[in-house]
Design a protein around this ligand. Structure first.
Ligand code: NAD
Length: 468
């Protein structure tokens, strides 16, 4: 079956959609855990039945290789859905606080209640995982949800719209499509929680709109995630993982290694290892450049122009790659060495397949370099020495701290995914998604006999009650 065209939601329809979702919440359907599980199963079928259509749509949008769509986007979404399905019974159970002599007789309970009608705004780069993944958490927690996928991946967003409306109960889940005008309208309305994934610039707009209604917000943002190379690392593994993490999805990954800090005496050795890996990974690099589906393309002409501009203005030395084909939105996997602190490649999150190597004196200078900048979403260190890893982790702050690996930690079962400071606030995936969309409602049921013990609380407030 072919992919659909993306139809923007008429702005005037948006308040009605929100009201229908509110009515869906009020219907009480999602109070039933069984019904939540039925919807989660439907979501799992939505993904499983349409794996190839998702792959085709993402290929149409970004020329993305099947392997990247399947293993970095669609299958992790299925896994996330199954995690919610398999755990919702347990997570939704009321819990009791620890025993307290004063309060346990009043039967204290924490009820796990949905927040209500929530909004999920997602970016283009992992369009399925970052839209349907959090949706699974929102359903498990019992919320009704409006999804606002990215307009920059029209084929994938159109497909998600068709499938969500076909597989899921539309009193409970809807999709609204569009760009700035439509999202601005959506943000004028009151929601019970907003999960926004995207750039820091737009996050400020979302936060300001949410503040008007005092709506709680979770922000999953980006930034420049650094890699520190310790000369004692497993060099081949480091070079392979870093180059893969940088080039996958054409570098359009929020946790992509943005740049590498390497002791200057070791730069040449590290760069040679990257070159070797490049030749292994892309033996026919030249030929493959023009083949659709060989490399992911930059998402839009504007994105291509932005990364091309950063690359063309660098004062560093291009080691390999460097080809730019604007009409094809193609930028070759590129490594640039001898990059200085104030280089064009260091001004902003790159979000393209270009890896700057910044030489430093030593690990201490690398740590200082990181601490002088915004807290990143991920921080990577490649080292075989526990002292080095501990030193790096204990003396920096970041969303995640990862040794000898890149990019895949957001998919790790049981780990929260989120940033700190400018790289985001709040966290999701697994139990953390369930919690994000859950209100912990404190509850007591106090028996009458308690007043025999604490009847002194009632007036009249005689001095005899407070005088020791
Ligand atoms: P973006 O901020 O341009 O777009 C994200 C969403 O915001 C889209 O749905 C878009 O329609 C909407 N939007 C855009 N402009 C808007 C406006 N003026 N008002 C209201 N809504 C608006 O982000 P993008 O380019 O799609 O994604 C790239 C960014 O997302 C990068 O910075 C990346 O690091 C970050 N990101 C973060 C994570 C994470 O989990 N932390 C994951 C993926 C991407």
């Amino acid at each position: 079956m072919s992919t659909n065209e993306l139809v923007y939601t008429p702005v005037d329809d948006i308040p009605k959609i929100r009201d229908e979702l509110r009515a869906g919440f009020a219907s009480g359907k999602l109070k039933s855990i069984e019904y939540r599980k039925y919807q989660l199963k439907q979501l799992a079928y939505l993904i499983k039945d349409n794996l190839e259509r998702f792959q085709d749509a993402m290929n149409k949008d970004m020329s993305r290789p099947v392997l990247e769509s399947r293993f970095l986007d669609v299958l992790p979404t299925l896994n996330e859905t199954l995690v919610q399905l398999n755990n919702v019974d347990e997570w939704a159970k009321p819990t009791k606080p620890p025993f307290s002599l004063n309060f346990t007789p009043m039967r204290p309970v924490i009820r796990k209640e949905p927040k209500g009608t929530v909004l999920i705004i997602s970016p283009f780069n992992y369009p399925v995982f970052l839209t349907l993944g959090p949706l699974a958490g929102a359903i498990a927690a019992g919320n009704t949800t409006l999804l606002k996928p990215s307009e920059s991946t029209p084929a994938t967003s159109a497909l998600m719209t068709e499938l969500v409306h076909k597989y899921l109960d539309n009193e409970l889940v809807r999709v609204a499509n569009g760009g700035v005008a439509e999202t601005t309208k959506i943000l004028e309305l009151q929601w019970d929680h907003i999960l926004y994934t995207g750039s820091g610039r737009v996050a400020k707009i979302v936060s300001a709109a949410a503040a008007k209604h005092l709506t709680p917000v979770t922000l999953e943002l980006g930034g420049k995630s650094p890699v520190i190379i310790d000369p004692g690392c497993d060099l081949k593994t480091a070079a392979k993982r870093i180059l893969w993490g940088k080039v996958a999805n054409a570098g359009q990954t929020c946790v992509a290694p943005d740049y590498v800090l390497v002791p200057k005496d070791f730069q040449e050795t590290f760069v040679n290892a990257l070159k070797e890996v490049y030749e292994e990974f892309y033996p026919d690099a030249e030929k493959r450049a023009g083949v659709p589906g060989a490399y992911t393309r930059l998402v839009t002409p504007q994105a291509t122009e932005r990364v091309a501009g950063m690359l063309e203005n660098t004062k560093g030395t291009v080691v390999f790659g460097g080809d730019i084909n604007r009409s094809d939105k193609f930028i070759a996997p590129t490594v640039v060495k001898d990059v200085k602190h104030d280089d064009s490649l260091m001004s902003d999150e790159i979000f393209g397949p270009v890896l700057p190597i910044v030489p430093v004196e030593n690990i201490d200078e690398a740590i200082k370099f990181i601490n002088e900048r915004d807290h990143p979403l991920a921080l990577y260190v490649f080292s075989q020495d526990d002292k080095v890893k501990t030193k790096v982790f204990n003396n920096t702050q970041s969303g995640a701290a990862v040794a000898n690996e890149v990019v895949i930690h957001p998919g790790a079962d049981g780990l929260p995914f989120g940033g700190i400071g400018p790289s985001g606030q709040g966290m999701h995936t697994g139990k953390y998604s369930f919690d994000l969309f859950t209100h912990l409602r404190s509850s007591l049921d106090s028996p009458s006999w308690i007043d025999y013990i604490i009847k002194f609380r009632f007036p009249p407030y005689n001095a005899s009650k407070t005088d020791a």
